[in-house]
Design a protein around this ligand. Sequence first.
Ligand code: ARG
Length: 294
Amino acid sequence: MPTTQPGGALLNPAHRTPRARRYLLCRPTHFAVEYAINPWMSEDAEVDTALALHQWENLVRAYRDHGHTVETVRPAPGLPDMVFAANSAVVVGGRAFGSLFHAPQRRPESREYELWFKAAGYDLYRPESPCEGEGDLVPVGRYLLAGTGFRTTRDAHAEVQEYFGLPAISLQLTDPYFYHLDTALFVLDDGLGTGGGEGDTGGAALAYYPDAFSPGSREVLRRLFPDAVLATRDDALAFGLNSVSDGRHVFIAPQATGLIDRLAARGYVPVPVDLSEFHKAGGGIKCCTQEIRS
Ligand code: ARG
């Protein structure tokens, strides 16, 4: 029997168990940097579209090689950020809560994703308040961590809590480089595959960059996840926290070298996937990936 720490993290690395996931992505056919809505973007940025496509295909291959299902939404012309599938919705227990983008340039994406969800048999809920899907809403254990400060509003946190009946824990983001929650934090283990624990966060495990949050929000994270892996600013700036974990394998930016070492020491298996072309738009691995939780 593996022993567990107070926060529920398994001490024995051999027990990190992956769970097969269903991911929704969008081919970067029309990906470009055409406007600047976060500090990573600059209007004169040059994107190597062939390289971007190659990098994205590597991500899809890495997911499939590790037993995950990848589906894709049809890319629409004129929507250069549509590749960032995470922002379009958050899906928990087969129920889909859609998006209402902060930036007018991205608003039409919601409708494109809605078509995919409809065809896939989901009745997508349309939020009334600005809300950018899994970019800011991160399911973990029996909670939904909910970022605000730049994109998703506190009104949307209330709306999503009401919709799912899951407590939304509002977290205040304070650094414009980490404008979405998924640039500052990711779930290593959602605690759902192990039968959960007795605590409110079950067997869940997290990694985050503390200085991306207000002091109070940092304290909330420390209380809920005392055993979390803490990342440095360098790791965070390398998009190391914009990662995807299946409970064992962590699909992560190779530039986040410090975090990669720390995760390996905790028994996770880092799978480096370089999405450097997408960093020019302020996005990485997680931004390109929407998890469909049935
Ligand atoms: N250029 C996009 C934006 O600023 C990047 C979105 C990244 N997505 C994410 N889930 N963090 O909206």
